[in-house]
Each structure stands twice: as C-alpha cells, then as structure tokens.
Design a protein around this ligand. Structure first.
Ligand SMILES: *[C@@H]1O[C@H](CO)[C@@H](O)[C@H](O)[C@H]1NC(C)=O
Ligand SMILES: *[C@@H]1O[C@H](CO)[C@@H](O)[C@H](O)[C@H]1NC(C)=O
Ligand SMILES: *[C@@H]1O[C@H](CO)[C@@H](O)[C@H](O)[C@H]1NC(C)=O
Length: 447
C-alpha cells in the first residue's frame, strides 16, 4: 500500500502541465530521489537517433591517410572522432574525421568495415548521458538526441545508471536482420543484453527499451536478435518513436543523392563520399512492397521506382553500392518478423513528406552532379512516409502473438524531429512509460 501512494500521486500529476508540477508540487527541497523509486520503476534504456552517439578512433600503422596531416594521430591512442567537434575544428581536423569515419564493404564477409588501420569504439556505453551532449551550444541537437526526454524521465524519478541507461551505437553500420552477421552489432547486442540483465535483476523489474528514429530500428533489431525466452523474461515494453523501419522512405534516397544524411556536421566540406560509404545510408531505401512501381525518382531519361534502386545507384556513379544494397539492405525489406514483446509505435503524421523526387541532369549519361528536388509530397512525419508507417502497423497487427500487444499512436502537429522536442508530444511518449510503471495501480483502483 505504501508504495501505491506516490505512484498514484505521480499519475495525477501527469494530468497537470509539467512546469506546474516542477514549480509547485516538486519544489527543490522535495524533488524525487532515487530512494523514492527503489524497486518501483521499470528500468528504461534509451537508443537515440543516428548521429547522436559519440565515436572514438585510434589509428594504427596500417592507416594510409590521404594527406600527411590526417595521419597526425597515428599511434597516439584514442581520440574523439564524432561528435566532439570543438576539438576537431581547433585542430583543423574535420576533413580528416570524415575520411576516418568512412566505411568499406567487404564482399567476402558480406559486412562493412572501417578503413584499414582505423579502429573505432562508442564511448560510455550504458549511460543516458553518453550521447547528444558534447556540443552544449547546439540545444536542438541535445533535444533531438533525447536530451529533453531524459530530463523529463529524471523528473519522474529515473536516475542514470540506476533505472535509466543509454545504449549508444555506431550509427554508420545498420543493425543486421536475422540471417545477417555483423561484428559491430554482435558486440553491441551482447553488451546491451548484459546491461539489461544487470538492471532488471537489480530492480526485479523488466526493461523498457525506447528507440527514436534510426535508434528505433536498432532497438527493434536488438530485441529481435535475442532468444524468445530472454525477451519474455527481460522486456516489459518496446517503445518506438518515429522509427525508420523496413519499408523505408523516399527522403532517404534524397539524402543519399545529396550526401547529407548525417546531421550536425562541423564543416562545410562535402560529406557525400563519407555518407554514401555508410551502411546506414542505404538501410532505409523505399521497399517495393510499399512503394511498388510508382516513379520515385524522375529524370529526363527514365524514372526509377523502388524496384529500380540498383539502376539508380549505378546512374549516380555509385555502382559499388549495388552489391551491398542487394545483400545487406534488401533483406531488411523482407524481414517482417514481429518482436513478440509488448510494443508501442508512436509516429508524427500530417506533415508534407517527400514522395517523389526529380533529378534534372544535363544531357550526360549519368546523374553525377544532378541535385534533387521534391516533385511530390505525401503524408508522413516530414521524413518517413505515412504509407510505410501504416504497412508496419498492418504487419504487426496481423501477426499472431504480436497483434494483441501492439499499440500504434499517431500524433499530429509534430514531425520527425519535433516529436522528441515538443512538450505535448513528449507527454504522449512519457504517458507510455507511466502506463508501464502504473499498470498495477490502474488495476488496483479499478481504472
Ligand atoms: C573533446 O575531446 C578532447 C580530446 O580529444 C577532450 O579533452 C575534451 O574533454 C572533449 N570534450 C568533451 C565535451 O567531451
Ligand atoms: C516519369 O514519371 C512522371 C511522373 O509520374 C511521368 O509524367 C513521366 O511520363 C514518366 N517518364 C517516363 C520516361 O516514364
Ligand atoms: C520539423 O519542424 C521544425 C519546426 O517547424 C522544422 O524546423 C523542421 O525542419 C521540421 N523537420 C521535418 C523533418 O519536417
């Protein structure tokens, strides 16, 4: 009974605007403390969007820099590669970091790798403060990288390292679908499992896994990679916020063409070669299952539908992308198995979202320097097309064992980014977490 009261109180507080809660009901002398919540909250694990996680690099003798300057850090140990950009700028190192982040596809292993001689790691795994904070002046970045959600969770009593954790990842790589291998993600998935095991054991509560945007795809694949019995024993709910999913979106092709898929780049230099080398750059290409034979990219000579992405890659002068696209990205489009844990998917809708691009090339045979414009918009979150969201909803709602444990929430007046920033949208996300934690109270008071 004793533990029910603060729980119920918090539930009621949620109905009030948050500033009011902060200012009047939790004055500074009575902020929730970890003790208040011991054994109460389901531990939560945050997986942020692409470009949020930090990367560190170490250069070995095998590294062959394009310029001597870029070899300066050889043999000097770990240094910040991304996104500790102040240091990069100070040392005029930004271009080098773009080079050192580049990936190569290894056809023998059917996996992506770092450049020879470049070792990378994601620092501070486990902490919800391990991403999106390195650049304090960029408040938008902080918010887009779940910074505000983290603040709100703290208001609810969540504490980093105790009930709240972060699972940053190497966003250059795409999480493997069943049947694919990935050295980078095998390591990440087992670290993630160990983290979840430790926290759920300590709290005797199952975990909530929350992923935003590309982090939603990572979170989903993480759950799907675990044994069924493990999932049942350790996962209370999977919350996907504006996830990029298997059916992809047209905007990802636009980003591939321009090479601007990575955000918050500290330099004016073209990021195109780097971005196109990432596995993540092609991981969300539109799937034929949803986009069919509709022309998605219109050019003078011919049109490209979701079925013609290999030809498009070649026309863009990126023929080397055809094999990894076929062997790494296409299998994701057909990887539809539900995660089989309670899941909420929250999307923003009602935004103009690219549905068809036009590429006005000159009369050459290639589209090397053509710059895309949006020729037609459809509904969506500004990035992800509504038809992809609905296809996912349909699929999850269809699979026995998932359909009764799947909730789809659509939010208007927010988009792909602001869904993690606007108060009303965050409130809807937080509501899921409250609900997970209060289920017994709902039942107890007969709601
Ligand atoms: C950025 O990296 C440098 C060393 O590379 C380090 O001294 C500094 O503390 C880092 N900044 C932040 C905010 O982590
Ligand atoms: C390409 O698609 C556009 C828009 O749907 C259409 O008007 C045009 O006729 C198509 N061009 C070719 C070559 O099929
Ligand atoms: C979302 O809305 C914000 C604010 O209006 C805007 O700056 C941003 O470009 C939009 N993003 C997308 C993906 O539509």
């Amino acid at each position: 009974m004793a533990s029910i009261v603060p729980v119920l109180l918090r539930l009621l507080l949620l109905l009030l605007p948050l500033p009011l809660i902060r200012d009047h009901l939790w004055p500074s002398h009575r902020r929730p403390t970890p003790q208040d919540d011991a054994g109460e909250l389901h531990p939560i694990f945050l997986v942020p969007g692409a470009s949020c996680s930090d990367l560190e690099a170490r250069l070995t003798e095998a590294y062959r820099p394009s310029t001597a300057h870029c070899g300066a850090m050889k043999g000097k140990g770990w240094f910040g590669l991304w996104e500790n950009n102040t240091e990069l700028l100070v040392h005029d190192y930004a271009d080098c970091s773009l080079e050192q982040m580049t990936l190569v596809y290894d056809p023998a292993a059917n996996e992506y790798r770092n450049l020879p001689g470049v070792e990378t790691r994601v620092p501070n795994f486990g902490s919800a403060w391990s991403f999106g904070y390195k650049n304090p002046v960029n408040r938008l970045q902080r918010a887009q990288c779940l910074g505000k959600l983290r603040d709100w969770l703290e208001e609810l009593g969540y504490r980093d390292g105790d009930t709240m954790f972060g699972a940053p990842y190497d966003f250059r790589y795409a999480p493997p679908v069943p049947g694919q291998t990935s050295e980078v993600y095998s390591r990440y998935f087992s670290e993630f499992m160990a983290l979840v095991e430790a926290a759920t054991k300590k709290k005797q509560k199952k975990a909530v896994i929350l992923g935003h945007s590309y982090g939603g795809m990572v979170a989903l694949e993480f759950v799907r990679s675990t044994p069924r019995a493990w999932r049942d024993a350790h996962i209370e709910r999977l919350v996907l916020v504006a996830p990029t999913l298997q059916d992809g979106f047209v905007g990802s092709v636009m980003k591939f063409i321009t090479g601007t898929g990575i955000i918050f780049v500290p330099t004016a230099t073209s990021t195109r070669p780097m971005w196109r080398s990432f596995e993540s750059a092609m991981a969300s290409f539109p799937s034929p299952a949803v986009f069919g034979r509709e022309p998605l990219v219109v050019t003078k000579r011919r049109n490209y539908s979701a079925c013609d992405m290999e030809d498009l890659l070649a026309a863009l002068g990126f023929g080397e992308g055809v094999e990894p696209f076929r062997r790494r990205a296409v299998p994701r489009m057909y990887s539809l198995e539900a995660p089989m844990v309670p899941m909420t998917c929250i999307n923003a809708v009602g935004n103009k979202t690219p549905l068809q691009l036009v590429l006005w090339d000159d009369d050459d045979d290639d589209l090397l320097d053509a710059s895309p414009e949006v020729a037609a918009y459809g509904d969506g979150d500004g990035e992800i097309n509504l038809i992809s969201m609905l296809a996912f909803d349909t699929e999850m709602g269809r699979q026995p064992g998932q359909e009764k444990r799947f909730k789809s929430v659509k939010i208007a007046n927010a988009n792909h980014s602001t869904i993690a920033i606007y108060d009303f949208a965050l409130k809807r996300i937080i509501q899921e977490i409250i609900e997970v934690n209060q289920l017994c109270v709902y039942r107890w008071v007969g709601w």
